[in-house]
Design a protein around this ligand. Structure first.
Ligand SMILES: N[C@@H](CCC(=O)N[C@@H](CS)C(=O)NCC(=O)O)C(=O)O
Length: 214
């Protein structure tokens, strides 16, 4: 059985969670609380020295960090994996895009204006700067999705999950998502895929982290 270490509300953590659900894998979820500093504790660093969630542990005790690397690992041999070498390269292309042009801007803007707004006080200019950079990335994504049902064409897969993780909470970062109609239509299609489960379910069954967590 897999063990997925997450923190509540995280788009990065949602990605492997959704893949595990849609692939019908057995897994348990452990909530590592970022706000109280649990991710930086010695006990969690012993599990993931990078001190970040998500982190996926396999039965042997070995594990993998980085949400998009987890998607690649989990989807191997499944219908969520891009089929051809070209599609696999395009999938990686969009995963790198997500991590460099979207997530670094949507995530902190959302954290400081929606999840922990008290920490965002006095940083409004910085937050607006992140929103503007995110809008630039979202415009590129919107143009790509025009005329496509999913990221790589007609077939839903891990590329969609990777992009959906933070894009679908763009409004919580203070971004008007109606400016990106192809992105908005794609988000609705992703939500209609078999066994889709929303981010709100991420921590519904999570166990709290403790130094003796598996
Ligand atoms: N690139 C990583 C990002 C991981 C990351 O930054 N995770 C955040 C939560 S979304 C975290 O664990 N931060 C640790 C902390 O703030 O203490 C991924 O895609 O998994």
């Amino acid at each position: 059985m897999f063990t997925l270490y997450v923190t509540k509300g995280s788009g990065n953590c949602f990605k492997p969670f959704l893949a595990l659900v849609q692939l019908r894998q057995a897994f348990q979820v452990i909530n590592v609380d970022i706000l109280s500093g649990e991710t930086r504790s010695d006990a969690f660093r012993a599990i993931n020295p990078a001190a970040a969630v998500p982190y996926l542990r396999v039965e042997s005790g070995e594990g993998v960090g980085e949400s998009n690397a987890m998607l690649w690992f989990l989807a191997d041999g499944s219908g969520l994996m891009p089929a051809t070498p070209l599609e696999q390269a395009q999938s990686l292309q969009w995963m790198f895009f997500e991590q460099s042009k979207l997530e670094p801007f949507i995530s902190p803007a959302r954290f400081l204006s929606f999840i922990a707004p008290e920490r965002g006080q006095g940083r409004e200019q910085e937050i607006e700067g992140w929103r503007e950079k995110a809008r630039t990335g979202l415009a590129v994504l919107d143009a790509h999705l025009q005329g496509r049902a999913f990221m790589l064409g007609n077939t839903y897969g891990i590329t969609d999950i990777a992009l959906f993780g933070y894009v679908h909470v763009g409004a919580e970062a203070g971004i008007d998502m109606n400016r990106f109609p192809s992105v908005t239509a794609w988000m609705r299609r992703v939500e209609q895929t078999p066994d889709f489960t929303p981010l709100s379910a991420l921590c519904a069954t999570a166990k709290p982290f403790s130094p003796t967590s598996p």
